[in-house]
Design a protein. Structure first.
Length: 118
């Protein structure tokens, strides 16, 4: 086997491994909006088409709690469900998706944001 053939095999193997690694990507949650008066925090992440994101629900909760704490609330509760929207269309295909979850800020005594006098 020549040096050229060895180099080509190495490059082909490296390209294959990089493509396989891209199939399961780790995404990070980030604050994407909210309503201080209503005590609702939205967190989101984006991922490209054909990739399977690996996200942490605990990370999303921690980020939401940080925002709620900054607003003067003690706790946070996940609201049911999540939304998935196309963020960028390429022709007839969506090549970037955004996933969003909402969290309700509460106080230690369980009062919701709407029950708090601000």
């Amino acid at each position: 086997m020549t040096q050229f053939t060895k180099t080509l095999r190495f490059l082909a193997s490296a390209a294959l491994l990089l493509n396989l690694a891209a199939c399961a990507t780790s995404q990070k949650w980030g604050i994407s909006g909210g309503d201080r008066n209503g005590g609702v925090v939205r967190v989101s992440y984006e991922y490209p088409e054909f990739q399977q994101p690996d996200v942490s629900d605990a990370q999303a909760m921690k980020i939401a709690l940080g925002r709620c704490s900054g607003w003067g609330y003690d706790k946070v509760e996940a609201l049911p469900g999540q939304t998935r929207q196309c963020s960028n269309m390429e022709g007839a295909n969506c090549d970037l998706w955004t996933v969003t979850r909402e969290y309700q800020c509460t106080t230690a005594d369980g009062a919701l944001a709407t029950n708090l006098a601000r």
